[in-house]
Structure formats: structure tokens, C-alpha cells
Design a protein around this ligand. Structure first.
Ligand SMILES: Cc1cc2nc3c(=O)[nH]c(=O)nc-3n(C[C@H](O)[C@H](O)[C@H](O)COP(=O)(O)OP(=O)(O)OC[C@H]3O[C@@H](n4cnc5c(N)ncnc54)[C@H](O)[C@@H]3O)c2cc1C
Length: 478
């Protein structure tokens, strides 16, 4: 296929580009560049252009237009549907990772190849942090452009609520600076459907001050870790009580903004594949208060595993990592919860019994209250509408180590996930997909949507203005 890329335009691209061009013939480097977090599928684009600035992006897009190649953009390659690799030509941002923190203004300009770890490291030197993802190598741009829910969200909103400006090369090659003053409508799209603008080069994000505490003469910013309770016939009752307590706190708006507890039914390795209720406990603030908050749950049933401790921001950000091993095959969808069903008496018991008796061990169900500052915002304030629809988001998914012998179990678990999403025994899912966390493709697309009806039209209008020939044909406007 590389022979298709012989010609004056290829020579011109090679001569002018400051970054790097990879073809399939660049075997090892190309293979590494196409690797995504999710090993469920692997794309094989014709060419990857690792850009070093706006001009490189323009050259890559000119080349794609001239050859009628579709384009996609790769950031941290964490999106579960591997959309970043779907184009014939991939604009890869990985060489652009600089971060410029302004400690006085409490903002950072972040280049689009930067990962969460980069921003955390640069911001924390000023005891500042952004609303970033919970996995160290998630791309900050991809995370933010789709919504972005993190540990600071209960207090400070979604990542899009902290997005102040973007610098973009549009599909037609125009280089734009966009903020609320220069172009409020495009800025609105940037906040949740941002990949419809073209290639985002840099983002300006608001940062927040982390309170400092001391533990054993070390600086810490909170209290966090993983807690697990074995789920057996004997523990169903207290586990139901734990979850009911959590939902009551959400319902009565008593969940403190310092915390964003995540509860999951899964079968993690410490239990040899046996079912557990897992709590990801994160408290950003006084560790003593975090400990007291956790005790409200552990007093109901003493946990079998408890890794919680006073941690600094980098330690807190690492808590989530063991939950999602890299390089597994993943199939999942995160959606707004159907609150009416979830909060109905009896639902939590049915959910718990289902997790014990029917859930395949490869599968997991997650409940996450994204937090007050996310759901207080009117639904149409930003293009990210699904995360505002309900106080709880739920995830159903499954994953296996990427080995042929796991294929059968994986396929069976996938069927269970699909059935659970459309109803199953506990119909707790709405069709509103959080676009950043979804690779479940139903044939009838009307069954699911990432955007509220009012948002779809606004996104589609900007998309057709900026990309009339649909060069970026894989971006999601539905
Ligand atoms: C283990 C794990 C944990 C996660 N935890 C969270 C979480 O806590 N909260 C949360 O909100 N999400 C979470 N996510 C989802 C994550 O936010 C999304 O996967 C996000 O889109 C990843 O961004 P990326 O740049 O790494 O991925 P990519 O796959 O590289 O990009 C994601 C999308 O953005 C587009 N894109 C990327 N960069 C640009 C750019 N510069 N210009 C235009 N378009 C661009 C890509 O084309 C693609 O469509 C998690 C994902 C994983 C795998």
C-alpha cells in the first residue's frame, strides 16, 4: 500500500514537516504508534503524521485532502472505541507535550499531546491541579474535548467547565484561537464535542489550589485508596446497606464535595476472580475528614482489603490505575443513570444479587456520582450533555487479558453487557452515552446518543461549517 504514497506531494510533505511521518513499512515504530489502550481492535491507518505545530498539521491536512484520505487525531489513545486511529491519515499529537502553568492566574496552556501525568507534575509544583482524568497517560485534550470527569469535579465541575480557550487548525486548514469572546458558539462545541473543530493544538485550562496537609513529615493533599468487600450470600445484606447509604447521600445532597466515591461490582485478582464490591475512595482535602467519611461505610461491614492512606496529589491520581489494566480487551459503555429505577426500593438488592449470581466474572458494573458542580450546571451550558443528565453515571463493561483463549468468555460477557445496558434485570441505564467512555455499537443507533437533541443540531451546524467535505468523517455529532 505504501507504493500509493509515491509522488511529488509525498516528497513535499517529507521535506517540509518538522515532526515525523510513519508508513506501514516503518514496522516497529508504526506498530507502536498505532497501539491504543484498548486491545479490542487494532486499526492500520495508511500514514501517521506526528506533528510539531500548526504548520505540520496544515501540511498533513493538505496532503490528506489531495489524496482523498479521511483524517483522525490521536492524543493519548485512551478512548475505548479507538476512534483516534480510524482515519486513513492520523494526525498524532504525541510530540507536543509542553505545559505552561501561570501560577498567579491559576491557568495552564496545555499542548494537545500532553497526558494527565504531564499536567499533574507541572501544576503540583505550585500546589495546583486541573480537573483531569484518573489514569496517568490519558490525553488531556481528548479527555477535555469530550467532557472529562475527575476527582475535582464535585467541587469544580467537568473538565469542559474549566476549559477557557483552544487553539485549533480547522479541517480546511485555518488556524484559529477560540474563546468565549472570539467565538462563543465554537467554544460551546469545544466543551464536549471538541473534536468537531478539527485538530486542537493547545488548550487553556483553569487550575485549582490544593490544600496542603502533613503526614509523617510529608506533604499530602488528601486520603485515598481502594476498599473491597467480598460479595457472598452472607454479605449481601451489609453490601446493600453500603450502597443504599451512598445513594441516600447523593439523593439528600449530603455527599461532600471533597469526595467522589466510585462503587463497582467486579472480580479483581486479589480475590482469585471471586465477586466483590469495590469502593474507589478519594478525598481531596483534610485526610482526617477523608478517613472519617470512609468509616461511615467500613463500619457497616469491615472490608477485606483496604489500601487507603494519606497521599499527595500524584498518589491520589494513581489510585484508579489497577482497576483498568493496560492492553486488555475492553467492551463498555458509561451512561446517565435512570434515577427513577436506581433509587426505587429494591433495585440495589436486585443489582447486588445479580452481581453475585449472574454477572460473568469478566464483567463489571460501576456507579459514580460525578458530583454537585457537574450536575448543578444546566444541561445545555456545554455540549457535554450526558454527564449532566443524572446525578449518577453507570458503567457496564467487561474486559479480558488479550489472549486467544479468552475469546469465548469475552464474547459471552459482551452479550451480558449489551443486555444489561438495554434493560436486563436492573434497568438503571439511560440511552445517554458518555462519549468518552463507550465502544458498544448497537445496530439501531437511535437506542443511544451522546448528545441531547438540542445539542446535536448546534454541533452539526459547526461541524458542517468547518468540515464541509467531511474530512474528519469519524467525529461523533449524534
Ligand atoms: C483506563 C481509563 C480510565 C478513564 N477514566 C476516565 C475518567 O476518570 N473520567 C473521564 O471523563 N474519562 C475517563 N476515561 C475516558 C477518557 O476520558 C477518554 O478516553 C478520552 O477521550 C481519552 O483521551 P485521549 O486523548 O487519551 O484519547 P484518544 O483516543 O487519543 O482521543 C480521544 C478522542 O479525542 C480526539 N482527539 C484527541 N486529541 C485531539 C485533538 N488534539 N484535537 C481533536 N481531537 C482530538 C480523538 O480523535 C478521539 O476521537 C478513561 C479511559 C480509560 C482508558
Amino acid at each position: 500500500m505504501d507504493s500509493e504514497f509515491v509522488g511529488a506531494d509525498v516528497d513535499e510533505l517529507k521535506r517540509l514537516i518538522r515532526g515525523k511521518i510513519l508508513f506501514r513499512s516503518d514496522a516497529e515504530e508504526y506498530f507502536e504508534a498505532t497501539e491504543c489502550f484498548n486491545h479490542d481492535s487494532r486499526a492500520s491507518p495508511f500514514v501517521i503524521v506526528q506533528v510539531l505545530g500548526a504548520r505540520d498539521v496544515q501540511l498533513a491536512l493538505n496532503f490528506a485532502r489531495g489524496r482523498h484520505l479521511s483524517v483522525s487525531v490521536a492524543g493519548g489513545r485512551h478512548m475505548f472505541n479507538n476512534a483516534s486511529m480510524s482515519g486513513d491519515l492520523v494526525v498524532d499529537m504525541r510530540l507536543m507535550r509542553s505545559i505552561n502553568v501561570d501560577p498567579k492566574e491559576k491557568t495552564a496552556w496545555v499542548e494537545a499531546g500532553a497526558i494527565v501525568f504531564d499536567l499533574d507534575q507541572e501544576a503540583v509544583t505550585h500546589d495546583l491541579a486541573g480537573v483531569t482524568g484518573q489514569y496517568y497517560d490519558t490525553g488531556v485534550a481528548g479527555f477535555t474535548l469530550g467532557g472529562g470527569v475527575g476527582y475535582l469535579s464535585p467541587k469544580h465541575g467537568l473538565s469542559v467547565d474549566n476549559l477557557l480557550a483552544v487553539e485549533v487548525v480547522t479541517p480546511s486548514g485555518e488556524h484559529l484561537y477560540i474563546d468565549d469572546k472570539t467565538d462563543p458558539e465554537k467554544m460551546w462545541v469545544a466543551r464536549g464535542a471538541g473534536w468537531n473543530l478539527g485538530v486542537v493544538l493547545r488548550l487553556k485550562l483553569k487550575l485549582h489550589t490544593l490544600e496542603i496537609f502533613q503526614k509523617d513529615e510529608k506533604k499530602v493533599h488528601g486520603h485515598a485508596g481502594l476498599v473491597m468487600w467480598a460479595l457472598t450470600g452472607e454479605t449481601v445484606d451489609p453490601i446493600v446497606s453500603i450502597l443504599e447509604k451512598y445513594l441516600q447521600m447523593v439523593d439528600s445532597e449530603k455527599l461532600p464535595v471533597e469526595t467522589q466515591p466510585l462503587f463497582a461490582f467486579g472480580n479483581p485478582p486479589p480475590f482469585g476472580g471471586a465477586p466483590v464490591l469495590l469502593m474507589q475512595h478519594v478525598w481531596v482535602g483534610n485526610p482526617a475528614d477523608g478517613e472519617a467519611f470512609l468509616k461511615e461505610f467500613t463500619d457497616i461491614l469491615p472490608p477485606t482489603v483496604d489500601t487507603c492512606d494519606a497521599l499527595d496529589w500524584i498518589g491520589i491520581q494513581a489510585v484508579h490505575t489497577p482497576m483498568f489494566p493496560k492492553g486488555h480487551r475492553y467492551y463498555l459503555s458509561m451512561r446517565a443513570a435512570n434515577e427513577e429505577a436506581l433509587f426505587r426500593p429494591g433495585t440495589v438488592r436486585t443489582l447486588t444479587e445479580t452481581a453475585l449470581e449472574e454477572k460473568p466474572k469478566e464483567a463489571l458494573i460501576v456507579l459514580l456520582a460525578s458530583g454537585k458542580a457537574c450536575t448543578e450546571v444546566p444541561i445545555g451550558r456545554t455540549a457535554c450533555t450526558s454527564l449532566r443528565e443524572s446525578r449518577i453515571t453507570c458503567l457496564a463493561g467487561c474486559h479480558v487479558e488479550d489472549k486467544v483463549e479468552n475469546s469465548d468468555a469475552y464474547e459471552k460477557a459482551k452479550i451480558w453487557v449489551r443486555e444489561t445496558l438495554v434493560g436486563g434485570v436492573v434497568p438503571i441505564f439511560k440511552p445517554s452515552v458518555y462519549t468518552n467512555l463507550d465502544n458498544v455499537n448497537f445496530k439501531e443507533e437511535s437506542k443511544q446518543s451522546a448528545y441531547a437533541d438540542t445539542a446535536k443540531e448546534r454541533i452539526a451546524t459547526i461541524k458542517s461549517e468547518l468540515d464541509p467535505t467531511n474530512l474528519f468523517k469519524f467525529t461523533k455529532v449524534r
